[in-house]
Design a protein around this ligand. Sequence first.
Ligand code: MN
Length: 734
Amino acid sequence: MAEVSTKLDQAGKAQLKRLLHYSRKNVANAKTDQITKAFHFCILAHGKDLRASGEPFYTHPVEVATIVARELPLDSATIVAALLHDVVEDTDFTLEDIRAEYGEDVAIIVDGATKITDVFKSHEITQAESYRKLLLSMVNDVRVIMVKFADRLHNMRTLQFLSKARQERMARETLLIYAPFAHRFGLGSIKWELEDLAFKYLKREAYAEIRNTLNEKREEREKYIRRFSRPIRQRLKDLEIDFEVSGRAKHLYSIYNKMIKRGKSIDEIYDLFAVRIIIKSNNVHDCFVAYGIVSDIYTPVPERFKNYISMPKKNGYQSLHTTVIGPNGRKVEVQIRTQEMHEVAEKGVAAHFKYKESTNNTFVEDSELEEWASWVRDVFDNAGDEAPEQLIESFKLNLYQDEIYVFTPNGDLKILPRDATPVDFAYRIHTNIGHHCIGARVNGKIVPLDHKLQSGDQAEILTSKNQTPNREWERFVVTHKAKSHIRRHLNEQKRRSQQKGREMWERKKKKLKLHINNDELEKLVRQIKHDSAGEFFFALGSGVVDLDSQTQAILDIVNRKQTNTATSSVEQFKGFTEKARTGGAKGVNLKDTGSTILYSYARCCNPIPGDKIVGVVTVGMGIKIHRAGCSNVLALKDQLRARVVDVEWESIGTKNFLAAVQVRGDDRTSMLNDITTAITSIDDTNIRSVNIDSNHSHFEGVVTVYVADKQQLGKIIDKLKQVKGIVDVHRYVG
Ligand code: MN
């Protein structure tokens, strides 16, 4: 940026002089060089632009800076920023130019002020409450709001040059947004001025009536106040208390509100007479002395006494309020406070800051401002009973940065937590918009779904019928609503896929006549790299894996076990650890030859004499004897089917065949005892193990017994069926 220097005319010189005067007076260590430089730059940047009034545009920022220096003095950066607050918005210079020349602080304030201007320019206020929150959420530096107050105040003071429509719009905004804020910040005089100016343009007739009446009666009023004050002045002088007494014009908007509220004409509003006593010494004790004097001279109206000195208002306001019966029986409102309390009442937190600073006599550091900012936050936190209900609520919710406010294309505001993305915004609008969003247009630009939205953004969600929530979204969404909807959708989707996969598997199983139960499947799918049967079904149903190849892989495992090892793929009998018995002479023989062969009994189906059986020729382990209907035999692939040979039982006397019986029924005391008694009542039967699981009133279990043949097993089953409470008994088939 080139060295800034402009030749000031007479008016310009006077304006600069006035600005520097207030800066030096109200700001500690005012950086007059910086302010002077910014003053010149402001004139240069706005060039020949004119205001609606016909004046050069630069007079506006200069006035705003002067309001800051005179009425809201904080630090030099705020004054410089006030001079530059419309540069980015209205000229070719950029925020980077300002940052390079005036530093980060000034740039932040100008940036904040510009963003607020943008939002208010492009949207009609439909939800005042949300707008107040929006404004706050955009303020990341409290100095921004001071500049905006000053900006608004000057615009309101010069509103007469705008069209009627713009006057009313700006007045409405002021009344709904800026005045409540000024109040909350404790900026009494600015709040009153903003309200009166807004009132003037919104209720023109009522405003004129009240103003005229007050003017007509001014002389009478002033005369009365002098008469009322005379004895008070005398008594305070006698006590050598330094004070100031003034008649106090009540502001017009509050008179109007009282008239409306009480349904009275202006003549009937009694408390137009108001007196303020300011104790110059700042001695709080003297306030109570003055109160004593007033009450001694005039009769107080008891219920009208308020001690805001001992119990300050939430925005820091301190004063004694009383109403007394003055001459001619008229009620007069009296306020008594110290000079410091008075300044806090008029300038709010800015005055508080000033006093704090002068008593500490320290340089204005960032940490000081931080402290001040936190004090402001406290004020917000403790927003008192005199504020409208919703306003209090908004302050509780919102301390500057936790929430953002985003406009819909219709101009509605949606509240979202910080870091919210277009997906959060979409779900905030409607679940279906969330489910189908593919992108967003934010302030006219297309952004990805994980883009972080900012307060004041206008966002439009782009959707597609074919879009559905995906797992990736869970990584970046921040709202509970978005999270839970995405999760619910994904779970539902998974459930459906699992269901589909399960059905695919069942159909396949039926077609191939496979006998693989749930427990077996659970183990088998782990060997083909699925975590569980559920995951296996999900993979099938969602098309991640192919049904035929998976089935083949499962059959391969089953067959490998079948043919290569002596153990079955399934340990269906709990506690069954005995090795398959191998024998040579007895048991079974090959049907055709009658010769005895090396064989063993398959543990997957545990054949017993009487069962229809087949043999499967294995490599190096002789023949494995299965029941003819064993699912593992049925599942053998064609090339292995050739190894199946017919076998039959020889007449053998051994009682050493293991068989398992599954029983189900209603659980009750001594059920287990009744089961074992029933089994052992059959001759030559030994129980190997009993495994019973009971679940509430039901039980289910497998009893493993040694039997000689199928006939003996049949007797056991019949006996068990007679046990009271047993509903189902059958031979356990893996
Ligand atoms: Mn401005």
